[in-house]
Design a protein around this ligand. Structure first.
Ligand code: THU
Length: 140
């Protein structure tokens, strides 16, 4: 979807939504407070945060929480235009491999991803850059 990039203002707003969601992070084990906001092609924004569990392996990432919420609210046909990740620890917070595949499920190759790198620098990239040759079921 070339030519459909977020304006600087839209990107800032999406990052702010992600940071606001991170305020609600349930992360008593890692204390790594992550938020994510997804902007859908339909124009809605949905946010999520990481939710940890004493069993550790049941932890949900912020990106996955946001996407699950978007599907719950808007149905299985959602398409992601952009995703922003925020981290309240001032740490680098690139989407993990599982989150990349979850974004990919609902995104075209050029969907934008914003995440904080080391030193607080916001990186702007695409899901295709983060997940080359992502898995899809069936012939492309
Ligand atoms: N986490 C996310 O929310 N998103 C990611 O892409 C990577 C990791 C969370 C999971 C866990 O609660 C904490 O960060 C530390 O791994």
């Amino acid at each position: 979807m070339a030519g459909n990039k977020l304006s600087a203002q839209e990107a800032k707003a999406l990052c702010s939504r992600a940071a606001a969601a991170a305020e609600n992070s349930y992360s008593p084990y890692s204390r790594f407070r992550v938020g994510a906001a997804v902007l859908l092609q339909s124009g809605e924004t949905v946010a999520g945060t990481n939710v940890e569990n004493a069993s550790y392996r049941l932890t949900s990432c912020a990106e996955q929480a946001a996407i699950a919420s978007a599907v719950a609210q808007f149905g299985p046909g959602i398409r992601i235009r952009a995703v922003a990740v925020a981290n309240l620890n001032g740490a680098a917070s690139v989407p993990c491999g599982a989150c990349r595949q979850t974004i990919w499920e609902f995104a075209d190759a050029e969907a934008q991803v914003f995440y904080p790198a080391a030193g607080g620098v916001m990186v702007e990239t695409t899901i295709c850059e983060l997940l080359p040759a992502g898995f899809r079921l069936g012939p492309e």
